[in-house]
Design a protein around this ligand. Sequence first.
Ligand code: SF4
Length: 514
Amino acid sequence: MLRVFQSDLFEPRRFVVTLELVPGREASGRAVDAVMGIARDAFADGRVSAVSITDNPGGNPSLSPDVLGHEIFNIGMDVIVHFTCRDMNRVGMESRALQLARMGMKNILALNGDYSGQGFGGQGAPVFDLDSVQLQIMLDFLSERLAAAGDPDPFFAGCAVSPFKQTEAECFAQYAKLCRKIRAGAKFVITQLGYDARKFYELIQIQRYMGIEVPALGSVYVLNPKSAGIMNSGRVPGTVVSDKLFQRVRHEWTDSKAGQAAAVERAARLAAVLKGLGYRGIHIGGIHRRFDTVGLILDRLAQIQNDWLSFVSEFNFPQPDGFYAFAHEFGSEPGPPAFGRDTPPTHVREILLYALLSKTHDAFFNHDHPLGPLFHRMAQRMDTNIGRQLLKELVEDPAKQLLLHCQKCGDCGIQHVAFLCPESQCPKHIRNGACGGSRNGRCEVYPDRFCIWFRAYQRLHQARRTKDMVKGCVPPRMWELNQTSSWLNFHMQRDHQSSSNPIALRCKAGECKL
Ligand code: SF4
């Protein structure tokens, strides 16, 4: 089994380079040949620790990263397989993880994934049965099972994070979820793409502040006018290319040779800045035809890396009114982040709804409340066919439909999202924190709505309970409870929070300082 990426990541003298490759929509032909050619050249070059293969990027079908990764693996190049939660339920995901283990490919980048795109006959059904934190936990549990069956080599799974969010709420949500991913077992972090050195440094500082020691790789991309335009328009969820940068790239490419040279130089300089800031490596994207460009970037990096401080000012493309958690002083002790200092006021309707629902919930759905044993006895009495039906149809469903647009999942998760429903309000049904696709507080999928986690932060901030987003983690929804009474399921200890659920026990542990 190849473990080049893992061992390079923990070799302090090595600055790790990974290379993201995007398989095309065909099983053979030019696109596949190009990817295989780049991988072969990367292996021959020796400076790339692993190639990472995307998983149906943009939600659109492409050749499986598992099969392409396996071919690349067989030429001796280590591979990181992107593994999203979009296209399979937990059964399919577990089966896929076993398949990858069987093929010896255990480097995984665990992602929620972009929303569903267009496949055969139209848009695909979005699955999102697990979220990326729950996927990390699943891989950790699977590693234990593999070890018990005689395979001592665990999955080596990492995660993504975006420091490039515009609002305070989104920044907090990203870092809170990062904390959960790390505690769930993530071994490395790869950033989203952005061109703001202060934000890149913010991630390093926040990791230190939270006590997170996993290695981080910063994303570097070979920008041309087409890719810069797509990212600038928001069509690649999570990436940030400002108007000013887009205009600059367009200008550089008025002569294509000069444009290519400028793109290589920008990538090398950003790599130098990332190395100087304390990143353990870089994750290079935007390479579609030949490996040569990667070689040029790495040659140039070797020449200029010691001058990194002089390049920092070139990566100064902030977002309008963008939030920064720390002052911009390299090498200084960061102090506490600025969360909560100038937070915009929360709408009064949100404050009232949160107050009503949190007080009600604390009184009626809390095993430790003095009335808890009484509610348990009442639930035991009502837990008959007729009792369940009457409670659900006459009381629970109408009340929750009115207040929460309830989808009757039977395994209520509102308490984890500041009393917003992750089933009806988040198209990816995420219970553990924001995906990377929000933009200026708006949802990736429905930009006319605020992201559920943006709203959750605002509610929790005014209630001084933002730490709730960092505590523990949330087990997966239990589909066997679908369309049943979540109230009875809670009091009868059948739901995801039950003390007999091993994932709930695991999720109880720990929190980060934030
Ligand atoms: S509501 Fe937020 S977490 Fe859910 S899909 Fe939209 S942007 Fe992502």
